[in-house]
Design a protein around this ligand. Structure first.
Ligand SMILES: O=C(O)C(=O)C[C@]1(C(=O)O)C=C[C@@H](O)C=C1
Length: 378
């Protein structure tokens, strides 16, 4: 008896679904006609007001609260799909998201000047050497912000900045600098980071009372450092500055957390090597240029955008990736200064700015979100 009922109900459902699919196809054909109108008139795909009116009108057609919510979701999704279809048609007409980026075979590497923050022996210095080699002109400034300024002003061709560590996470301040300055990410390099506890040549681990380092390095070694409860941990600008300070202060109760290379440069002894708890500790550094260029074979894009403080807005924005088959690799959010509880999103996706799917996805995000920026393709 039950089986028979189920079969009957399913037959009816099949009939209704056939009608829905046929109506959906008709709706999409009309959406295609709207796209043609928009291509001719230069109107943008996304019409927020029209979508709001549509949601109000269709939710007004049902009484029940659950059904209202369901109809809202259904039509939001349908209009999202309709928009993606229109972006696709626009791209086929050669209309794509505007950007100033130029593809290049290779990044300019002749007689370039490279800036990093810190002093010699800092991990960023190592990253700069790793990426550019020892033959280019590498110099340093006091802060990450100064490094960004040097590139924007043209004093340096490239800046090297840490952006993410595999155990401590995002270097949040540098995300903010990506927004504040008009520089572009043109490359990245990964550097294994192995911290040592460094002290004066006459010091022993038992003498230590104060440990200096960059807050990220202190975090990466927190298990080891926090096991020594009587040690004071003090933050300084970077790990090499900490090593330099310990050497200059000449106090055997002081230690620095830095690389063994920094220890060599500043004449310090390794009191304990490899004190970071994640033994695969790696930092990702980005290379910035003021030129909006990308290598033809670049495979990763970083973007940022802001969203209205509204339920579902991030979900809808990410659908631009889903419908275009774009793989998202990373998402990070940062508070927007002066607008409490509103966030700017940073997203890394796989792809190249010349890919049609990427152009479609970016066109959608630039229309539907606010202040979308392509930070680089590398
Ligand atoms: O009415 C339009 O302008 C359309 O493009 C149609 C449609 C929809 O599918 O209903 C799609 C995108 C717009 O944001 C608004 C509505």
């Amino acid at each position: 008896m039950k089986t028979l009922d189920l079969q009957e109900i399913r037959k009816q459902l099949d009939g209704i679904d056939r009608e829905i699919v046929s109506l959906f196809e008709k709706r999409m054909a009309l959406s295609g006609q709207v796209a043609e109108y928009k291509i001719e008139t230069g109107k943008p795909v996304y019409d927020r007001e029209r979508e709001q009116q549509k949601i109000e009108s269709v939710t007004g057609m049902v009484e029940d609260e659950f059904q209202k919510q369901a109809v809202r979701e259904l039509f939001t999704q349908m209009m999202t799909i309709s928009r993606h279809f229109q972006y696709k048609l626009m791209a086929e007409h050669g209309l794509k998201a505007e950007n100033d980026f130029r593809p290049v075979k290779n990044l300019p590497a002749n007689q370039v000047r490279v800036v990093y923050q810190g002093v010699e022996g800092a991990y960023t210095h190592e990253a700069a050497l790793k990426y550019f080699g020892a033959d280019v002109d590498i110099y340093h400034v006091d802060s990450w912000e100064d490094a960004m300024k040097e590139v924007e002003a043209g004093t340096a061709d490239y800046a090297v900045l840490p952006i993410e560590n595999s155990s401590a996470g995002a270097v949040t301040h540098n995300y903010d600098l990506l927004i504040k300055y008009n520089n572009y990410i043109v490359a990245e390099t990964l550097l294994p980071v192995d911290h040592a506890l460094l002290g004066l040549s006459e010091a022993e681990e038992g003498d230590i009372k104060t440990v200096f380092s960059h807050p990220q390095a202190l975090m990466q070694c927190s298990e080891f450092l926090n096991a020594n409860r009587n040690w004071r941990q003090i933050s300084v600008e970077n790990t090499a500055v900490a090593a330099k300070k310990v050497f200059e202060d000449g106090d055997p109760s002081q230690a620095a957390v830095a690389s063994e290379i920094a220890g060599n440069i500043y004449g310090l002894k390794v009191l304990k090597s490899s004190i970071n708890h994640n033994k695969n500790n790696t930092t990702r550094f980005i290379i910035l240029s003021r030129e909006p260029i990308y290598r033809e074979d670049a495979g990763k894009i970083s973007i940022s955008f802001e969203l209205p403080h509204k339920s579902g807005s991030l979900y809808n924005m990410l659908s631009n990736f889903i419908y275009n088959g774009v793989n998202m690799m990373m998402i990070e959010s940062r508070p927007i200064l002066g607008r409490n509880w509103e966030y700017r999103f940073f997203i890394d996706i796989e792809g190249n700015l010349s890919d049609a799917s990427i152009q479609n996805a970016l066109k959608g995000i630039s229309e539907e979100g606010s202040n979308m920026r392509v930070l680089g393709n590398y």
